[in-house]
Design a protein around this ligand. Sequence first.
Ligand code: NAD
Length: 304
Amino acid sequence: MDIRFDNRVAIVTGAGTGLGRSHALGLAARGARVMVNDLGVTTDGQGSSSAAAEAVAQEIRDAGGEAMAHGCDVSDEAGVKDMVAQVMDAWGRIDILVNNAGILRDKTFSKMEMSDFRKVVDVHLIGSANVTHACWPIMREQKYGRIVLTSSASGLYGNFGQSNYGAAKAAMMGLMNVLHLEGARDNIRVNTLAPTAATRMTADLLPEQAQALLAPETITPGLLYLVSEDGPSRVILGAGAGGFAQTRIYETEGVTLTGDENTPEGVASAFDKITDAGGQQELTDAFSQTKKYALNAAKAQGLD
Ligand code: NAD
């Protein structure tokens, strides 16, 4: 069955170029009305211009679609509220939110200024939270919402020189996990995309041949599935060059140490067993972990 977005309204942040532009065009090509957001900054977050957002919105309209542009900074709460109000005034609903805007300020941790750490967290984490927070009550009221947060292999697996970016991108998983739980009863689904693409952000890092393979358009089909009506929730989807894979967080079965065993030495001697992947499980929420430990302790102490 075709995946379509007719009568759906989408906001895509950072959609003036790169991945966001590809996502916005992909949504519009399948019928969505799209608010194209972009602050028009350099890769390290300098300057501002609404030209890139306007150009993508125009591209969508030229192809027969419906689009508007907004040049707000996602980390500016008032600007974001204004953008959301503009969408509601024009189209009366918000079904899809793609949090994609982002910048880099790479430096080794020892050389990094805290202002650069904070700025990157501000754009990626606070920016995503801001736009999501402004759309949340609308989606709850509609009993429909599809949200994607954009993470990165840097946040999942680490990348030298990106402590600020890696921390901000890992935070997407935390935000997703909680919003997935809180949104479920109102039919709001929340997923995380971890793309790897040839954009201006990675222009200096990738050889020419890899750049051709890693076009943003190879990732957008995954994004479109995540925000579709029958899309999943709480999935971390890796995507690049047509490759798609899920990253999952598991907890090992572990051990229960009681009484005299529960010492640093006891932990050291049980460490192989603690880290053994056999019997590992995906936990559904924070309390499942608490429950597991308490029940195991009760059992070990003969209290169950
Ligand atoms: P890009 O630089 O081509 O596009 C990012 C866009 O975000 C730009 O148009 C920029 O103007 C906009 N932007 C930046 N700060 C903004 C702000 N405060 N408010 C509104 N707009 C803002 O980069 P890209 O490669 O297309 O990256 C898109 C997203 O994907 C980012 O979140 C990035 O971290 C993530 N990502 C990219 C890759 C990759 O390989 N390119 C890998 C992992 C994650």
